[in-house]
Design a protein around this ligand. Structure first.
Ligand SMILES: Nc1ncnc2c1ncn2[C@@H]1O[C@H](COP(=O)(O)OP(=O)(O)OP(=O)(O)O)[C@@H](O)[C@H]1O
Ligand SMILES: [Mg+2]
Length: 432
């Protein structure tokens, strides 16, 4: 069909220009490399090109992992949109998390590849209504005051910092830790703008800070039922699956917090509680919920070097499996721990089914042996966001551990494509 045609040459229908622009609330992230000019003076142009290209590849991955879209790469700068063309309920939060992650990525990259060069980035983030679309025949982009302000925020951010505007702050203050507000008077503007420097994340993606200053109300029945089931499982050394289902904000996590926080009252203060939660985005390690639960238990810190993790994982594997198992099984357990924590391991060389079987077997074995000493409670929150491999290992735990004081507590939102609980289990499911 001719570009200027008014009718389709195949079917004769009138050609209607599709709407190419619309107003939308988006969060705009601007990032700009600091020290680029100095770097260009110090290094060969090829080296600079390699360094910058390598960095941007990783930074673009960060934006995408958090559900944003890179709108433009501008030499040593990056413009990303969160909320267009695809919108999420928490785009502002995703943008700030992505900004913090990008700073971390760049710092790691510089430390690993060119520690002598102070390559840093300023990031500015702003939320508001913009005009998005293929404006004036350009590629998909955003325009408006919000975009300009994001660019100003970027220019005012300290190197290595993420500076946000008022609307972004208001939407994310519960989940991001910020420094004190600072007034900015941008040149050529009548009004000053208030800005905040993002310091850290307060909770993982998808998690909410739960208010515990207010007493739990109206859950006596659910709590009594859950406590009775838990007590029975521990006293009779029987495994139990407690699956709490309910819409977002109804109080699933709070109920479980309350239950596990009062184990002493029902005489099970000696139980070990391991916790992990599933994230909706931004988590590269699909095993993260299981890894989170194991990390504290194994005394492993993800910031340790791979060699340190390997030797500690090995010591822990030998201790956990002890005389019960062969040296070969302890070695497999070490590799499984490394794999779960996202490190390279022998499991990388296995086919997915074999890898899954090995993880399932070792995780079940470790939990089983652990339960012989004290009761063990594994709580995996927000299962609706779990990767299938996590569902699979939990299903394996439920079907293989029977005669042990093992309680698996899960929570999930209804109507989501996750088959849970497994059809053939014999568990108790208080629902709400
Ligand atoms: N029965 C209750 N009494 C007092 N406060 C409650 C009660 N239930 C929930 N809350 C409070 O409501 C807020 C939301 O609860 P919670 O985070 O447990 O919801 P959720 O069901 O886990 O939601 P999501 O699916 O988003 O994880 C929390 O601050 C929690 O402390
Ligand atoms: Mg919850």
């Amino acid at each position: 069909m001719e570009a200027a045609a008014r009718f389709c040459s195949a079917c004769g229908h009138a050609v209607v220009a599709t709407q190419t622009e619309e107003r939308r609330v988006v969060t705009v992230l601007f990032g700009d490399i600091v020290g680029f000019t100095a770097l260009a003076e110090l290094l060969d142009p090829e080296q600079v090109k390699r360094l910058i290209e390598g960095a941007f590849e990783r930074l673009v991955d960060d934006v995408t992992a958090f559900g944003g879209r890179v709108d433009k790469l501008l030499g040593d700068g990056i413009l990303a949109l969160f909320g267009a063309p695809v919108a999420h309920e928490d785009d502002a939060e995703r943008a700030v998390r992505a900004g913090l992650r990008m700073q971390q990525t760049l710092a790691e990259l510089v430390a690993a590849s060119s520690p002598d060069h102070a390559l840093q980035m300023r990031i500015g983030i702003n939320t508001g209504e913009v005009l998005v679309g293929t404006l004036a025949g350009t590629d998909y982009t955003a325009m408006g005051d919000v975009v300009n302000t994001a660019s100003r925020l970027q220019a005012e951010a300290p190197p290595g910092g993420v500076l946000v505007g008022e609307a972004t702050f208001a939407l994310t203050a519960d989940v991001i830790e910020y420094g004190a507000p600072t007034e900015l008077q941008p040149r050529g503007r009548e009004h000053s703008i208030t800005t905040w420097l993002a310091v850290d994340t307060l909770v993982p993606p998808g998690a909410r800070q739960r208010r515990t200053d207010l007493r739990l109300v109206g859950r006596d029945g659910e709590l009594a039922l859950a406590r009775a089931a838990l007590g029975l499982a521990m006293r009779d050394r029987r495994s139990l699956l407690l699956n709490v289902v309910g819409e977002s904000g109804v109080g699933k996590s709070r109920l479980i917090d309350e239950l596990l926080g009062t184990l002493d009252d029902i005489g099970f203060g000696s139980a070990t509680v391991l916790e992990g939660s599933c994230a909706p985005y931004g988590e590269a390690n699909v095993w993260s919920p299981v890894a989170m639960a194991l990390v504290s238990h194994l005394g492993l810190d993800p910031s340790l070097s791979a060699d340190d993790v390997r030797s500690r994982a090995n010591a822990k594997a030998e201790l956990l499996l002890q005389a019960e198992s062969s040296a070969r099984e302890a070695a497999s357990a070490t590799e499984v721990f490394l794999h779960l924590l996202g490190y390279e391991s022998d499991l990388d060389r296995l086919e997915p089914p074999a890898r899954r079987d090995l993880v399932n077997r070792i995780v079940a074995r470790v939990i089983e042996l652990r339960c012989e000493k004290t009761p063990l409670i594994l709580w995996i929150d927000d299962l609706h966001w779990a990767d299938p491999v996590v569902i699979d290992v939990l299903r394996h735990l439920v079907s293989t551990i029977n005669r042990q004081p093992f309680v698996l507590v899960t929570s999930m939102r209804p109507g989501i494509d996750v088959v849970w609980p497994p059809a053939d289990d014999q568990s108790t499911h208080p629902r709400r």
